[in-house]
Design a protein around this ligand. Structure first.
Ligand code: B3K
Ligand code: ZN
Length: 864
């Protein structure tokens, strides 16, 4: 690639307000698979420099005409992906007619035809694949949209309210939609298809009736009740917790099979990946139910945090995504188990986000330089972004946080704003100074914290020193404002009231300096400290807590999250100790006995117990090392699992048999299934004959959680039943591709020597399709993320499999290719043999003709 043909970067510092406003947009789509005509009429007003040309974005468009009041415009040029029109009057109605080809658009961005339906995806910059436009989030316009299509596409949908429909003279039909709310182009949506519809309604807190409609492929109505129930819960929750009510008369969700991500919050017309909508007990697991509820909630919550108040530019993406993830996490926590939701969120942070932060794609939650915006829908922007909002919530408290939200909407409803605007609203409403806190928006990387504890028996004082170290891979490294939550436990496990010199001390310490010491007096003995309680800041904490103290925390901490965290620390310590010693000693009797106690007693939340009994994932352990000792981690984890399985076989059998699941999806049945599944996971690794019976029984259940639990246990233990069960599953479910994705994912986990050939053979399976992101992720994504021993084979065949796939996907769907590349991004963290083999694949990509901007940006960074 020559220097000038390389994709160019955009910088936050170069932001310039637009020179024109688009007050109104009228679009007419004449839908045809290869020649869709898009007629656009833009009402423009100049706001900037009166000599500035109008610059419109457009990709892969055939320009048919360009005119004002039927007079053709001649003073224009098309340079690369921009249409530049000179000498426009200060206000005018510009008419643009273009032609596009939805059927050949496999990028799943813009307007595309797949699975028998037309649909759009415009965020971040897909609208420019539909028509020439100021495709930037700070240009807000009202939209009138007319959709014309063959009558076999029986439903013609767009944003807002339907205002007209009918037949055309040539035997086709049309529908006209008006969206009264101004919106940027990324929230535009159009769908045309022949769907089954589930209709419902919701009465808002102010008494307004909202029509709800869920569109799914024919025959799928039995899989819709959960999504619609989730939507109603989300609407109700947003009113109760945030005082936010829905604003249009209708809320539509369409489920499609070909979609690059989970879902999209287009105003009034959400488009969802069908896997994030469709569920019934036979086809979906409890985890799927939970994911659906959370994503339906997430997209709904965007109506205020994202749509009513949107982003000034794409560097501000976390303004809407961090905040909306925080809101969906709170939704799930208020409706279900707060501890389990926190555990899930922290797992994402400690594995994916910390690893992104430590690698070549590290960026602040508000990035400063972007080549391909789609590459920045990251765990950093989303999940670390949500942690930053959560820290503000911790510092302000719920009442002040809600005052801040109210002020944010009062100031910015209908506007496109910045992260600074959000923080100002929070700070102004609460009186809490957030100046230093704002560094979280501009500093990348993960800070490390050292906790040094000291107990002085003479003065009965306990002191805690927190040192913060900025990440080494980053340039900006000023100290952060860290809310550091603690709990101090006495010898009986009671929580100690925190005080110093007669004053009560808040359990959230404000750490703002490189090193800071906090004192607590009236301590009669050294307390056991629960530090960074609830993961109150997204940092890596080093602490000298011994096994005895960790066991104390597991028993007594008030935060269930912190109990789980201590259990993880115990496992990690034991694994590291075993890795460092010549002779393997396994898990101590104390740890095994504590685990036995958990299985036997089954006290409290059973789903939490299941989590407490799980070993940390490979990624969690890998994060502990500078150079990842792949084989050692895999071996020690396997050895520990077998030790737990062998020593607690009887307990697992009794536990499994004693738990009766009533087949419902309520929280207690879900918890029972998760603990039973955990028992099965361990039992499959023993030689006990009960294991085969339990597995066979669960595999024939009518409940997908049980079925998948059984198959997953069998596959992970390479159990002799594996092949038979997988074949049976295939024969049962071939008609349902979403269920077959679970099967592809299981196949991807097989660890035999023929694992790679097996995957290649599955490319030929009738359900597999390279152009469907769900299929590709289920098979190859599961392989590269979770089949550690095969993906990281020393002969490099695992890496070559992914490299080959990426070359293929680069041409089909660059966005998906770029996502699938992620495992290669941390190549430098592996031993010589592995890192050399991974680099080879990156170099293959770097030399590829026609490398997409998506892959270019990540490959270039990785190889730097
Ligand atoms: N806003 C969309 C994501 C768009 C991704 C574009 N590559 C879904 C969401 O976060 O709700
Ligand atoms: Zn979102």
């Amino acid at each position: 690639m020559t220097e000038s043909s390389k994709p160019q970067a955009q910088y936050l510092k170069d932001y310039k307000a637009p020179d024109f406003l688009i007050d109104h947009t009228e679009l007419t789509f004449d839908l045809q698979p290869l020649t869709t005509k898009v007629s656009s009429l833009l009402t423009l007003t100049r706001v900037g420099d009166n000599k500035a040309p109008l610059v419109l974005d457009g990709i892969d468009l055939r320009l048919l005409s360009l005119s004002i009041d039927t007079v053709d415009i001649t003073d224009y040029e098309i340079i690369g992906e921009q249409l530049i029109i000179n000498n426009l009057p200060d206000s005018c109605q510009l008419s643009i007619v273009t032609e596009i080809s939805p059927e050949t658009n496999t990028s799943l961005e813009g307007l595309y035809l797949s699975g028998g339906a037309y649909c759009t995806q415009c965020e971040a910059q897909g609208f420019r694949k539909i028509t020439y436009y100021m495709d930037r989030p700070d240009v807000l316009s009202t939209f009138d949209v007319t959709v014309i299509a063959d009558t076999k596409f029986s439903q013609l949908l767009s944003n807002g309210n339907q205002v007209d429909s009918g037949e055309t003279q040539d035997g086709r039909h049309f529908a006209k939609w008006q969206d009264p709310f101004k919106k940027p182009s990324y929230l535009f949506a159009l769908v045309a298809g022949d769907f089954d519809v589930l209709k419902d309604n919701y009465i808002t807190q102010s008494g307004k009736n909202v029509e709800l409609a869920l569109f799914v492929d024919k025959g799928n109505l039995s899989k819709t009740p959960h999504a619609i129930a989730s939507l109603k819960k989300a609407m109700q929750w947003d009113e109760a917790r945030f005082n936010l009510e829905y604003d249009l008369d209708i809320y539509m969700i369409v489920a499609v099979d070909f979609f690059n991500m989970g879902a999209m919050e287009n105003k009034g017309l959400n488009i969802f990946n069908s896997k994030c909508v469709l569920a019934n007990q036979e086809t979906a697991t409890d985890k799927d139910y939970h994911t659906i509820e959370s994503i339906v909630g997430h997209e709904y919550f965007h109506n205020w945090t994202g749509n009513r108040v949107t982003c000034r530019d794409w560097f501000q993406l976390s303004l809407k995504e961090g905040l909306t993830v925080f809101r969906d996490q709170e939704f799930s926590s208020d409706l279900g188990s707060r501890a389990l939701n926190r555990i899930d969120a922290v797992k994402v942070m400690r594995t994916h986000q910390f690893s992104e932060d430590a690698g070549p794609m590290a960026h602040p939650i508000r990035p400063e330089k972007v080549i391909e915006m789609n590459n920045f829908y990251t765990v950093t922007v989303y999940d670390k972004g949500a942690e930053v909002i959560r820290m503000m919530h911790t510092l302000l408290g719920e009442p002040n946080f809600q005052k801040g939200m109210a002020l944010y909407f009062e100031r910015h409803d209908g506007q496109a704003v910045t992260c600074d605007d959000f923080v100002s609203a929070m700070s102004d409403a609460s009186g809490v100074n957030l100046d230093q806190f704002k560094r979280w928006y501009s500093q990348a990387g993960t800070s490390r914290l050292n906790a040094i504890q000291n107990f002085d028996l003479d003065s009965n004082t306990y002191s805690l020193t927190i040192e913060q170290f900025a990440p080494l891979n980053q340039q900006s490294n000023a100290p952060l404002h860290i809310p550091f939550a603690i709990e101090l436990l006495d010898v009986n496990g009671q929580s100690i009231e925190l005080e110093y010199q007669g004053e009560k001390v808040n359990h959230v310490l404000n750490v703002t300096q490189p090193s800071q010491t906090f004192h607590f007096d009236n301590m009669t003995a050294k307390p056991v400290a629960v530090l960074l309680e609830d993961f109150s800041a997204p940092c890596i904490l080093n602490q000298e807590t011994d096994e005895h103290e960790l066991l104390h925390i597991i028993r007594f901490a008030r935060s269930d999250f912190s109990r789980w965290d201590a259990q993880q620390q115990l496992f990690i310590k034991a694994m590291k100790a075993n890795l460092n010693s010549v002779e393997s000693v396994g898990l101590s009797d104390e740890i095994i006995n504590a685990l036995r106690g958990l299985v036997n007693e089954k006290q409290g939340d059973l789903a939490l117990i299941a989590e407490l009994l799980k070993l940390p994932s490979f990624d969690t352990l890998a994060a502990e090392f500078e150079v990842i000792p792949v084989d050692e981690i895999v071996n020690i984890a396997e050895q520990f699992e077998r030790q737990i399985a062998d020593e607690l076989t009887n307990e697992f059998i009794t536990c499994f048999e004693s738990l009766i699941d009533d087949g419902s999806v309520n929280a207690s049945a879900v918890a029972i299934r998760s603990l039973k599944q955990l028992c099965l996971h361990y039992l499959a690794k023993t030689n006990d004959p009960h294991a085969a019976d339990f597995i066979k029984h669960a595999a024939s259940s009518k409940n997908m959680t049980n079925v998948l639990g059984a198959l997953s246990a069998a596959v992970k233990a390479s159990h002799e039943l594996c092949e038979e069960l997988l074949n049976y599953f295939d024969s049962q479910w071939r008609h349902d591709v979403l269920v077959m994705d679970k099967w592809f994912a299981l196949q991807a986990m097989q660890t035999g020597d023929n694992a790679i050939d097996n995957i290649k053979a599955l490319y030929e399976h009738p359900c597999f399709d390279f152009s469907n992101p769900n299929r590709v992720r289920a098979l190859v994504g599961s392989f590269s993320h979770f089949n550690t021993s095969q993906f990281h084979r020393l002969d490099g065949k695992g890496y070559a499999l992914l490299g080959d796939l990426l070359i293929k996907l680069n041409a089909i769907n660059p966005q998906n290719a770029s996502r699938m590349l992620t495992p290669f991004m941390s190549w430098k963290r592996y031993d010589n043999t592995r890192s050399t083999a991974m680099r080879l694949q990156l170099e293959r990509l770097a030399n590829l003709d026609g490398l997409s901007a998506d892959l270019f940006e990540k490959v270039e960074k990785a190889l730097k």
